[in-house]
Design a protein around this ligand. Structure first.
Ligand SMILES: Cc1cc2nc3c(=O)[nH]c(=O)nc-3n(C[C@H](O)[C@H](O)[C@H](O)COP(=O)(O)OP(=O)(O)OC[C@H]3O[C@@H](n4cnc5c(N)ncnc54)[C@H](O)[C@@H]3O)c2cc1C
Length: 410
Protein backbone atom coordinates (compact mmCIF):
# COMPACT_ATOMS: atom_id res chain seq x y z
CA UNK A 1 0.00 0.00 0.00
CA UNK A 2 1.28 3.40 -0.89
CA UNK A 3 -0.34 6.23 1.03
CA UNK A 4 1.94 9.00 -0.26
CA UNK A 5 -0.07 12.12 -1.03
CA UNK A 6 -0.60 12.85 -4.72
CA UNK A 7 0.51 16.26 -6.10
CA UNK A 8 -3.15 17.32 -6.15
CA UNK A 9 -3.52 16.48 -2.45
CA UNK A 10 -0.29 18.25 -1.55
CA UNK A 11 -1.49 21.35 -3.37
CA UNK A 12 -4.88 21.25 -1.57
CA UNK A 13 -3.24 20.53 1.81
CA UNK A 14 -1.03 23.55 1.34
CA UNK A 15 -3.99 25.73 0.42
CA UNK A 16 -6.14 24.39 3.27
CA UNK A 17 -3.29 24.80 5.77
CA UNK A 18 -2.87 28.43 4.77
CA UNK A 19 -6.64 28.98 4.99
CA UNK A 20 -6.67 27.51 8.50
CA UNK A 21 -3.72 29.70 9.55
CA UNK A 22 -5.29 32.86 8.13
CA UNK A 23 -9.00 32.45 8.79
CA UNK A 24 -9.70 29.64 11.27
CA UNK A 25 -7.13 29.36 14.10
CA UNK A 26 -7.05 33.12 14.83
CA UNK A 27 -10.85 33.11 15.02
CA UNK A 28 -11.27 29.82 16.91
CA UNK A 29 -11.59 31.16 20.47
CA UNK A 30 -13.93 33.95 19.49
CA UNK A 31 -16.18 31.58 17.53
CA UNK A 32 -16.41 29.06 20.39
CA UNK A 33 -17.14 31.81 22.90
CA UNK A 34 -19.80 33.39 20.65
CA UNK A 35 -21.79 30.21 20.04
CA UNK A 36 -21.87 29.44 23.76
CA UNK A 37 -23.56 32.71 24.71
CA UNK A 38 -27.28 32.09 25.44
CA UNK A 39 -28.30 35.21 23.49
CA UNK A 40 -26.70 33.73 20.34
CA UNK A 41 -28.49 30.38 20.58
CA UNK A 42 -29.61 28.99 17.21
CA UNK A 43 -28.04 31.84 15.30
CA UNK A 44 -25.26 31.61 12.75
CA UNK A 45 -22.09 33.55 13.59
CA UNK A 46 -22.06 36.75 11.47
CA UNK A 47 -18.70 35.75 9.94
CA UNK A 48 -19.72 32.24 8.87
CA UNK A 49 -21.13 33.15 5.44
CA UNK A 50 -18.06 35.29 4.67
CA UNK A 51 -15.77 32.42 5.62
CA UNK A 52 -17.77 30.04 3.40
CA UNK A 53 -17.51 32.44 0.48
CA UNK A 54 -13.74 32.71 0.98
CA UNK A 55 -13.36 28.91 1.14
CA UNK A 56 -15.39 28.49 -2.02
CA UNK A 57 -13.35 31.14 -3.77
CA UNK A 58 -10.18 29.29 -2.73
CA UNK A 59 -11.45 26.03 -4.28
CA UNK A 60 -11.86 24.41 -0.84
CA UNK A 61 -15.50 23.46 -1.25
CA UNK A 62 -17.42 20.14 -1.23
CA UNK A 63 -14.11 18.25 -1.20
CA UNK A 64 -15.87 15.28 0.47
CA UNK A 65 -17.92 14.16 -2.55
CA UNK A 66 -15.92 11.38 -4.22
CA UNK A 67 -14.93 11.45 -7.87
CA UNK A 68 -17.48 8.77 -8.85
CA UNK A 69 -20.15 11.53 -8.73
CA UNK A 70 -18.76 13.02 -11.93
CA UNK A 71 -19.31 16.70 -12.46
CA UNK A 72 -20.86 17.13 -8.98
CA UNK A 73 -17.53 16.14 -7.42
CA UNK A 74 -14.36 18.20 -7.13
CA UNK A 75 -12.63 14.96 -8.18
CA UNK A 76 -10.97 13.49 -5.09
CA UNK A 77 -11.01 9.86 -4.02
CA UNK A 78 -11.85 8.99 -0.41
CA UNK A 79 -8.15 8.29 0.13
CA UNK A 80 -7.24 11.72 -1.18
CA UNK A 81 -9.89 13.41 0.96
CA UNK A 82 -8.69 11.75 4.20
CA UNK A 83 -5.73 14.07 5.02
CA UNK A 84 -7.82 17.11 4.13
CA UNK A 85 -10.63 16.04 6.47
CA UNK A 86 -7.96 15.32 9.10
CA UNK A 87 -6.81 18.91 8.82
CA UNK A 88 -10.39 20.21 9.11
CA UNK A 89 -10.82 18.02 12.22
CA UNK A 90 -8.19 20.14 14.00
CA UNK A 91 -11.00 22.71 14.42
CA UNK A 92 -14.16 20.60 14.09
CA UNK A 93 -16.62 23.43 13.36
CA UNK A 94 -14.45 24.49 10.41
CA UNK A 95 -15.82 21.64 8.27
CA UNK A 96 -18.97 23.75 7.77
CA UNK A 97 -16.82 26.53 6.31
CA UNK A 98 -15.80 24.08 3.56
CA UNK A 99 -19.34 22.61 3.19
CA UNK A 100 -17.94 19.31 4.43
CA UNK A 101 -19.91 18.96 7.69
CA UNK A 102 -22.13 16.19 8.98
CA UNK A 103 -24.98 15.51 8.63
CA UNK A 104 -25.19 17.47 5.36
CA UNK A 105 -22.41 15.48 3.69
CA UNK A 106 -24.24 12.18 4.21
CA UNK A 107 -27.52 13.68 3.05
CA UNK A 108 -25.88 15.19 -0.03
CA UNK A 109 -24.40 11.82 -0.88
CA UNK A 110 -27.82 10.17 -0.58
CA UNK A 111 -29.37 12.75 -2.89
CA UNK A 112 -26.46 12.54 -5.33
CA UNK A 113 -26.63 8.75 -5.39
CA UNK A 114 -30.35 8.02 -5.18
CA UNK A 115 -32.18 11.31 -5.88
CA UNK A 116 -34.21 11.91 -9.04
CA UNK A 117 -33.20 14.89 -11.20
CA UNK A 118 -36.15 16.84 -9.66
CA UNK A 119 -35.12 15.95 -6.08
CA UNK A 120 -31.54 16.92 -6.89
CA UNK A 121 -32.54 20.26 -8.41
CA UNK A 122 -34.77 21.09 -5.43
CA UNK A 123 -32.54 19.92 -2.56
CA UNK A 124 -29.08 18.78 -3.61
CA UNK A 125 -28.15 21.94 -5.47
CA UNK A 126 -28.84 24.39 -2.60
CA UNK A 127 -27.15 22.00 -0.17
CA UNK A 128 -24.05 21.82 -2.35
CA UNK A 129 -24.05 25.59 -2.56
CA UNK A 130 -24.22 25.77 1.23
CA UNK A 131 -27.41 27.83 1.08
CA UNK A 132 -29.49 25.46 3.19
CA UNK A 133 -28.79 22.81 5.85
CA UNK A 134 -30.40 19.41 6.45
CA UNK A 135 -31.00 16.70 9.05
CA UNK A 136 -31.28 12.92 9.07
CA UNK A 137 -34.17 11.60 11.15
CA UNK A 138 -33.82 7.94 12.03
CA UNK A 139 -33.46 7.49 15.81
CA UNK A 140 -36.64 7.28 17.92
CA UNK A 141 -37.05 7.64 21.68
CA UNK A 142 -39.41 4.67 22.04
CA UNK A 143 -37.24 1.95 20.48
CA UNK A 144 -33.63 0.72 20.58
CA UNK A 145 -32.61 2.49 17.42
CA UNK A 146 -29.13 0.98 17.16
CA UNK A 147 -31.12 -1.83 15.51
CA UNK A 148 -32.75 0.12 12.69
CA UNK A 149 -35.30 -2.63 12.02
CA UNK A 150 -36.99 -1.34 15.21
CA UNK A 151 -37.74 2.09 13.71
CA UNK A 152 -41.52 2.58 13.96
CA UNK A 153 -42.42 5.85 12.22
CA UNK A 154 -45.12 5.06 9.66
CA UNK A 155 -45.04 6.25 6.06
CA UNK A 156 -48.40 5.46 4.48
CA UNK A 157 -49.38 6.03 0.86
CA UNK A 158 -52.57 8.06 0.40
CA UNK A 159 -53.29 8.85 -3.27
CA UNK A 160 -50.36 10.79 -4.64
CA UNK A 161 -49.06 11.64 -1.18
CA UNK A 162 -47.40 9.89 1.77
CA UNK A 163 -48.59 10.53 5.33
CA UNK A 164 -45.92 10.32 8.02
CA UNK A 165 -46.44 9.78 11.75
CA UNK A 166 -43.79 9.24 14.40
CA UNK A 167 -41.43 10.76 16.91
CA UNK A 168 -37.71 11.22 16.31
CA UNK A 169 -34.89 12.46 18.46
CA UNK A 170 -31.19 13.20 18.20
CA UNK A 171 -31.91 14.79 14.83
CA UNK A 172 -28.58 16.61 14.44
CA UNK A 173 -28.75 19.87 12.55
CA UNK A 174 -32.53 20.20 12.85
CA UNK A 175 -32.20 23.29 15.08
CA UNK A 176 -30.05 25.16 12.57
CA UNK A 177 -31.88 28.27 11.33
CA UNK A 178 -31.03 27.30 7.72
CA UNK A 179 -32.21 23.68 8.08
CA UNK A 180 -34.84 23.28 5.40
CA UNK A 181 -35.01 19.58 4.70
CA UNK A 182 -35.02 16.24 6.49
CA UNK A 183 -34.40 12.75 5.22
CA UNK A 184 -36.75 10.62 7.32
CA UNK A 185 -36.57 6.85 7.81
CA UNK A 186 -39.77 4.95 8.55
CA UNK A 187 -41.86 1.90 7.70
CA UNK A 188 -43.87 1.75 4.49
CA UNK A 189 -44.76 -1.93 4.98
CA UNK A 190 -44.60 -3.40 8.52
CA UNK A 191 -45.49 -6.85 7.09
CA UNK A 192 -42.67 -7.07 4.54
CA UNK A 193 -39.48 -9.08 5.29
CA UNK A 194 -37.52 -7.33 8.09
CA UNK A 195 -35.07 -5.52 5.87
CA UNK A 196 -37.66 -4.42 3.30
CA UNK A 197 -40.05 -2.66 5.69
CA UNK A 198 -38.19 0.65 5.88
CA UNK A 199 -38.06 3.50 3.37
CA UNK A 200 -36.54 6.97 3.28
CA UNK A 201 -38.46 10.05 2.30
CA UNK A 202 -37.68 13.74 1.85
CA UNK A 203 -39.62 16.01 4.21
CA UNK A 204 -39.32 19.79 3.89
CA UNK A 205 -38.72 21.12 7.41
CA UNK A 206 -41.56 23.64 7.23
CA UNK A 207 -44.27 21.10 6.31
CA UNK A 208 -47.49 21.23 8.36
CA UNK A 209 -47.39 18.62 11.14
CA UNK A 210 -43.62 18.89 11.72
CA UNK A 211 -43.06 20.04 15.30
CA UNK A 212 -39.58 20.60 16.67
CA UNK A 213 -40.18 19.90 20.35
CA UNK A 214 -36.82 20.70 21.97
CA UNK A 215 -33.09 20.63 21.57
CA UNK A 216 -31.31 17.89 23.54
CA UNK A 217 -28.20 18.85 25.44
CA UNK A 218 -24.95 16.89 25.23
CA UNK A 219 -22.70 17.10 28.31
CA UNK A 220 -24.60 20.26 29.22
CA UNK A 221 -24.23 22.11 25.92
CA UNK A 222 -26.56 22.44 22.95
CA UNK A 223 -24.16 22.39 19.98
CA UNK A 224 -25.70 25.59 18.65
CA UNK A 225 -26.40 26.44 15.88
CA UNK A 226 -26.81 22.81 14.65
CA UNK A 227 -28.33 21.22 17.74
CA UNK A 228 -29.84 17.77 18.22
CA UNK A 229 -33.62 17.99 18.14
CA UNK A 230 -36.57 15.96 19.24
CA UNK A 231 -39.11 16.17 16.42
CA UNK A 232 -42.73 15.10 16.29
CA UNK A 233 -44.17 14.12 12.90
CA UNK A 234 -47.94 14.36 13.12
CA UNK A 235 -49.87 13.53 9.91
CA UNK A 236 -47.13 15.10 7.81
CA UNK A 237 -48.13 14.98 4.13
CA UNK A 238 -45.58 15.09 1.34
CA UNK A 239 -45.88 14.31 -2.41
CA UNK A 240 -45.32 10.64 -3.28
CA UNK A 241 -42.45 11.80 -5.50
CA UNK A 242 -40.48 12.65 -2.31
CA UNK A 243 -39.79 8.96 -1.66
CA UNK A 244 -36.15 8.05 -2.21
CA UNK A 245 -35.32 5.11 -4.47
CA UNK A 246 -38.55 3.18 -3.78
CA UNK A 247 -40.61 1.57 -1.03
CA UNK A 248 -38.68 -0.88 1.14
CA UNK A 249 -35.27 0.38 -0.03
CA UNK A 250 -34.40 2.25 3.21
CA UNK A 251 -31.72 -0.21 4.34
CA UNK A 252 -30.08 -0.12 0.95
CA UNK A 253 -29.81 3.67 1.23
CA UNK A 254 -28.62 3.46 4.85
CA UNK A 255 -25.70 1.27 3.76
CA UNK A 256 -24.75 3.81 1.10
CA UNK A 257 -25.17 6.76 3.44
CA UNK A 258 -23.41 5.57 6.49
CA UNK A 259 -20.21 4.23 4.89
CA UNK A 260 -18.11 7.17 3.70
CA UNK A 261 -19.89 9.57 6.08
CA UNK A 262 -18.70 7.62 9.08
CA UNK A 263 -15.19 7.45 7.84
CA UNK A 264 -15.27 11.26 7.55
CA UNK A 265 -15.79 11.33 11.32
CA UNK A 266 -12.77 9.05 11.73
CA UNK A 267 -10.64 11.28 9.51
CA UNK A 268 -11.59 14.33 11.58
CA UNK A 269 -11.05 12.45 14.85
CA UNK A 270 -7.46 11.70 13.81
CA UNK A 271 -7.04 15.46 13.26
CA UNK A 272 -8.41 16.23 16.73
CA UNK A 273 -6.10 13.66 18.34
CA UNK A 274 -3.08 14.93 16.41
CA UNK A 275 -3.75 18.50 17.51
CA UNK A 276 -4.29 17.37 21.13
CA UNK A 277 -0.89 15.67 21.06
CA UNK A 278 0.80 18.77 19.62
CA UNK A 279 -0.79 20.99 22.28
CA UNK A 280 0.19 18.54 24.99
CA UNK A 281 3.83 18.52 23.87
CA UNK A 282 3.99 22.31 23.76
CA UNK A 283 2.45 22.59 27.21
CA UNK A 284 4.61 20.05 29.02
CA UNK A 285 7.77 21.50 27.48
CA UNK A 286 6.87 24.94 28.83
CA UNK A 287 6.17 24.17 32.54
CA UNK A 288 8.24 23.01 35.47
CA UNK A 289 7.16 21.00 38.52
CA UNK A 290 9.24 19.46 41.30
CA UNK A 291 12.39 20.92 39.75
CA UNK A 292 11.93 19.37 36.33
CA UNK A 293 10.30 20.19 33.03
CA UNK A 294 7.00 18.30 33.00
CA UNK A 295 8.09 16.82 29.65
CA UNK A 296 10.98 15.11 31.46
CA UNK A 297 8.76 12.94 33.67
CA UNK A 298 8.76 9.41 32.38
CA UNK A 299 4.99 8.95 32.81
CA UNK A 300 4.40 12.01 30.63
CA UNK A 301 6.79 10.74 27.96
CA UNK A 302 5.02 7.39 27.99
CA UNK A 303 1.68 9.16 27.51
CA UNK A 304 3.15 11.11 24.59
CA UNK A 305 4.74 8.05 23.01
CA UNK A 306 1.60 5.95 23.41
CA UNK A 307 -0.54 8.72 21.94
CA UNK A 308 1.74 9.09 18.93
CA UNK A 309 1.62 5.33 18.26
CA UNK A 310 -2.15 5.17 18.63
CA UNK A 311 -2.73 8.17 16.35
CA UNK A 312 -0.52 6.74 13.62
CA UNK A 313 -2.21 3.34 13.90
CA UNK A 314 -5.64 4.95 13.54
CA UNK A 315 -4.47 7.19 10.70
CA UNK A 316 -3.17 4.22 8.72
CA UNK A 317 -6.35 2.23 9.38
CA UNK A 318 -8.43 5.21 8.21
CA UNK A 319 -6.39 5.48 5.02
CA UNK A 320 -6.64 1.76 4.48
CA UNK A 321 -10.45 1.85 4.85
CA UNK A 322 -10.69 4.86 2.52
CA UNK A 323 -8.51 3.13 -0.06
CA UNK A 324 -10.60 -0.03 0.12
CA UNK A 325 -13.84 1.95 -0.35
CA UNK A 326 -12.29 3.55 -3.45
CA UNK A 327 -11.31 0.20 -4.90
CA UNK A 328 -14.07 -2.16 -3.77
CA UNK A 329 -17.01 0.02 -2.69
CA UNK A 330 -18.74 0.12 0.69
CA UNK A 331 -19.59 -3.58 0.64
CA UNK A 332 -16.05 -4.68 -0.10
CA UNK A 333 -14.69 -2.37 2.60
CA UNK A 334 -17.28 -3.10 5.30
CA UNK A 335 -14.93 -4.82 7.76
CA UNK A 336 -12.30 -2.07 7.55
CA UNK A 337 -15.03 0.55 7.97
CA UNK A 338 -16.22 -1.24 11.11
CA UNK A 339 -12.63 -1.50 12.40
CA UNK A 340 -11.88 2.19 12.09
CA UNK A 341 -15.27 3.12 13.55
CA UNK A 342 -14.36 1.03 16.58
CA UNK A 343 -10.81 2.35 16.81
CA UNK A 344 -10.84 6.09 16.00
CA UNK A 345 -13.30 7.53 18.56
CA UNK A 346 -11.83 5.61 21.54
CA UNK A 347 -8.31 6.49 20.42
CA UNK A 348 -9.20 10.21 20.33
CA UNK A 349 -10.92 9.95 23.68
CA UNK A 350 -7.78 8.42 25.24
CA UNK A 351 -5.35 10.85 23.61
CA UNK A 352 -7.37 13.95 24.56
CA UNK A 353 -7.81 12.57 28.08
CA UNK A 354 -4.01 12.33 28.47
CA UNK A 355 -3.58 15.80 26.98
CA UNK A 356 -6.16 17.31 29.37
CA UNK A 357 -4.39 15.67 32.32
CA UNK A 358 -1.01 16.98 31.21
CA UNK A 359 -2.44 20.49 30.87
CA UNK A 360 -3.68 20.51 34.44
CA UNK A 361 -6.84 22.48 35.22
CA UNK A 362 -6.63 24.47 32.02
CA UNK A 363 -7.18 21.27 30.03
CA UNK A 364 -10.76 21.01 31.26
CA UNK A 365 -11.57 24.66 30.59
CA UNK A 366 -12.75 26.32 27.40
CA UNK A 367 -9.31 27.96 27.01
CA UNK A 368 -8.10 25.01 24.92
CA UNK A 369 -10.14 22.91 22.46
CA UNK A 370 -9.24 19.71 24.37
CA UNK A 371 -12.44 19.36 26.39
CA UNK A 372 -14.54 19.80 23.25
CA UNK A 373 -12.44 17.16 21.43
CA UNK A 374 -12.94 14.77 24.33
CA UNK A 375 -16.71 15.33 24.25
CA UNK A 376 -16.82 14.96 20.45
CA UNK A 377 -14.95 11.65 20.58
CA UNK A 378 -17.25 10.34 23.31
CA UNK A 379 -20.31 11.40 21.32
CA UNK A 380 -19.20 9.60 18.16
CA UNK A 381 -18.95 6.35 20.13
CA UNK A 382 -22.77 6.48 20.10
CA UNK A 383 -23.89 8.96 17.48
CA UNK A 384 -22.88 6.88 14.48
CA UNK A 385 -24.05 3.66 16.05
CA UNK A 386 -22.75 2.33 19.38
CA UNK A 387 -19.24 0.82 19.51
CA UNK A 388 -20.78 -2.48 20.52
CA UNK A 389 -22.86 -2.72 17.35
CA UNK A 390 -19.79 -2.27 15.14
CA UNK A 391 -18.02 -4.95 17.20
CA UNK A 392 -21.05 -7.23 17.04
CA UNK A 393 -21.06 -7.02 13.25
CA UNK A 394 -17.29 -7.22 12.81
CA UNK A 395 -17.12 -10.20 15.18
CA UNK A 396 -19.85 -11.98 13.22
CA UNK A 397 -18.13 -11.31 9.88
CA UNK A 398 -14.77 -12.44 11.25
CA UNK A 399 -16.10 -15.77 12.55
CA UNK A 400 -17.86 -16.32 9.23
CA UNK A 401 -14.72 -15.57 7.26
CA UNK A 402 -12.52 -17.98 9.22
CA UNK A 403 -15.18 -20.68 9.17
CA UNK A 404 -15.27 -20.43 5.40
CA UNK A 405 -11.48 -20.76 5.29
CA UNK A 406 -11.63 -23.82 7.54
CA UNK A 407 -14.28 -25.36 5.26
CA UNK A 408 -12.03 -24.80 2.28
CA UNK A 409 -9.11 -26.38 4.11
CA UNK A 410 -11.07 -29.54 4.98
C1 LIG B 1 -24.95 13.72 19.80
C2 LIG B 1 -25.74 12.68 19.04
C3 LIG B 1 -26.08 12.96 17.71
C4 LIG B 1 -26.87 12.04 16.99
N1 LIG B 1 -27.26 12.36 15.72
C5 LIG B 1 -28.19 11.59 15.10
C6 LIG B 1 -28.80 11.99 13.86
O1 LIG B 1 -28.43 13.03 13.29
N2 LIG B 1 -29.79 11.22 13.34
C7 LIG B 1 -30.20 10.07 13.94
O2 LIG B 1 -31.10 9.43 13.42
N3 LIG B 1 -29.63 9.65 15.11
C8 LIG B 1 -28.66 10.36 15.70
N4 LIG B 1 -28.13 9.97 16.92
C9 LIG B 1 -28.64 8.79 17.57
C10 LIG B 1 -27.69 7.61 17.59
O3 LIG B 1 -27.49 7.12 16.28
C11 LIG B 1 -28.30 6.58 18.52
O4 LIG B 1 -28.27 7.12 19.84
C12 LIG B 1 -27.57 5.25 18.50
O5 LIG B 1 -27.74 4.62 17.24
C13 LIG B 1 -28.07 4.29 19.57
O6 LIG B 1 -29.46 4.16 19.54
P1 LIG B 1 -30.27 4.34 20.90
O7 LIG B 1 -29.91 5.65 21.49
O8 LIG B 1 -31.70 4.07 20.63
O9 LIG B 1 -29.66 3.24 21.88
P2 LIG B 1 -30.12 1.71 21.98
O10 LIG B 1 -30.39 1.16 20.63
O11 LIG B 1 -31.19 1.63 23.01
O12 LIG B 1 -28.79 1.02 22.53
C14 LIG B 1 -28.35 1.25 23.87
C15 LIG B 1 -27.11 0.46 24.13
O13 LIG B 1 -27.36 -0.93 24.02
C16 LIG B 1 -26.13 -1.61 23.74
N5 LIG B 1 -26.26 -2.44 22.54
C17 LIG B 1 -27.10 -2.24 21.49
N6 LIG B 1 -26.87 -3.20 20.54
C18 LIG B 1 -25.87 -3.99 21.01
C19 LIG B 1 -25.19 -5.12 20.51
N7 LIG B 1 -25.47 -5.62 19.30
N8 LIG B 1 -24.21 -5.68 21.28
C20 LIG B 1 -23.91 -5.15 22.51
N9 LIG B 1 -24.52 -4.09 23.02
C21 LIG B 1 -25.49 -3.51 22.29
C22 LIG B 1 -25.09 -0.52 23.51
O14 LIG B 1 -24.37 -0.27 24.68
C23 LIG B 1 -25.95 0.68 23.17
O15 LIG B 1 -25.31 1.94 23.37
C24 LIG B 1 -27.28 10.84 17.62
C25 LIG B 1 -26.89 10.56 18.94
C26 LIG B 1 -26.14 11.46 19.65
C27 LIG B 1 -25.77 11.17 21.07
Amino acid sequence: MNFDYTPKVNMLLDKLGKFMETHIYPFEQEYSHWVEQPENAWQVHPSMEKLKAAAREAGLWNLFLPEEYGELSPGLTNLEYAPLAEMMGRVPWSSEVFNCNAPDTGNMEVLAKYGTPEQQARWLRPLMEGKIRSAFLMTEPEVASSDATNIRTSIVRDGDEYVINGRKWWSSGAMHPHCEVYIVMGKTDPHAPRHSQQSMIIVPARTAGVEVIRPLSVFGTYDSPFGHAEVNLNNVRVPASNLLLGEGRGFEIAQGRLGPGRIHHCMRLVGMAQRALELMCQRVASRTAFGRKISDFSSIRQDIARSRCEIEQARLLTLSAADKIDRYGIKGAKDLIAMIKIVAPSMTQRVTDRAMQAFGGMGLSGDTPLASFFAAARVIRLADGPDEVHMYQLGRNTVKQYLQQADLAV
